[in-house]
Design a protein around this ligand. Structure first.
Ligand code: NAD
Length: 336
């Protein structure tokens, strides 16, 4: 059990970062969290938590001081609604965070550096069909990533590779495919599909108005990976010798309509889908986990139904608490 290592987790006030802090604390690490904000839904268990804007060089240097290993999760990000509408801002903020973090890690001789990339790096021209061929790591070039968010992730992957080759910074790179779970953003515009749909279903259940708005025809496909699998895989990759980008996700593809039906079933209601215009991202996306299985001798274990059941339960609690009601709420007081 590693007890003497000092670890930095940036984005520790966010969804995955907060879960990762808990995971590494349980494993016995000394953890410093850094973020613009504290975790929203639970106290952090980090040994130190610094409120820092990591777009600035001096703050990245402060975060990396006396650190053995860094997990770089801080990013300006959100679901499709957010990343399709804030291209310049996302590029500007995330390029600054990642360029300064890599340089600070090099300056302070951080032993290992982990970058969280995304399935958004994969070319849009390979994702035009709902019945998409699962994406292998090598499919990333020729490049045509999704949105400015995907371009920035791909650019930072290149930076990590060159910092390793030119300066010997020992980098690891993961490409997440739709991570979901409790203690994540569930309202406000940055939430992703599983959280947004869980919120809509909870509101439908509590108001008795069972109509749910879905962006587009709902036939777009994705795979979804539960947070406990995400942090476990992430940690395994950090311990491995594998330095190239690696997919981390489930390889079971579902449509957004199917996802809605599963969540409605968990809530114990039938919902009527109302299809409305809205950003949908690529038409289909799935993870090819061949390399993941080979490199880590492991793959995500938790089923979509099991993960959604925990996530939905938590979001229903948040909706009830927000509206301060135990059983039902007035539809007129609730945002869609
Ligand atoms: P999140 O938004 O919950 O967490 C990101 C955190 O970064 C937030 O707490 C935010 O405050 C912080 N941050 C933003 N700008 C900052 C700044 N200037 N200085 C310091 N902190 C700043 O997102 P998440 O889902 O936990 O994602 C974590 C990482 O994983 C991100 O890099 C994200 O791009 C990547 N990722 C996530 C998913 C997913 O499905 N959740 C998919 C692909 C990639």
């Amino acid at each position: 059990m590693p007890t003497n290592k000092r670890v930095l987790i940036t984005g520790a006030g966010g969804f995955i970062g907060h879960h990762l802090v808990k995971h590494l604390k349980n494993l016995g690490y000394w953890v410093r969290g850094a973020d613009l904000k504290y975790p929203e839904f639970e106290e952090t268990t980090a040994d130190e938590f610094e409120i820092l804007d990591l777009r600035y060089r001096e703050n990245c240097l402060k975060a990396c001081l006396d650190i053995d290993e860094a997990y770089s999760l801080a990013a300006d990000m959100g679901g499709m609604g957010y990343i399709s509408a804030h291209h310049a801002e996302i590029l500007h903020n995330n390029i600054l965070i990642n360029a300064h973090m890599l340089e600070a890690a090099r300056t302070h001789s951080v032993g290992r550096y982990f970058f969280t990339s995304s399935a958004c790096v994969y070319p849009e021209f390979k994702q035009t069909d709902t019945n998409v061929t699962p994406l292998k790591e090598e499919d990333v070039y020729p490049a045509q990533p999704q949105d400015a968010y995907g371009w920035e992730k791909l650019f930072t992957e290149r930076m990590c590779i060159h910092y390793r080759e030119d300066y010997g910074l020992d980098t690891r790179i993961v490409r997440f495919h739709n991570i979901f779970g409790p203690l994540g953003t569930w309202e406000g515009g940055r939430e992703k599909a599983p959280a947004a749909i869980s919120r809509k279903v909870a509101v439908a259940k509590l108001t008795g108005n069972h109509e749910i708005e879905i962006w587009g025809d709902g036939e777009q496909t994705r795979s979804f990976c539960y947070i406990d699998d995400c942090v476990e895989g992430l940690y395994k990759l950090m311990q491995s010798d594998f330095v190239e980008p690696l997919n981390l996700g489930q390889d079971r593809m579902v449509t957004i309509n199917e996802l809605t039906d599963i969540i409605s079933g968990i809530a114990g209601i039938e919902t009527a889908r109302k299809h409305v215009p809205g950003p949908q991202g690529v038409r289909g996306r799935n993870s090819d986990n061949t390399l993941l299985r080979q490199v880590l001798n492991w793959e995500p274990q938790i089923s979509l139904e099991e993960g959604l059941s925990i996530t939905y339960g938590w979001i229903e609690e948040q909706v009830r608490a927000k509206y301060n009601l135990s059983d039902s709420i007035n539809p007129d007081t609730v945002e869609g």
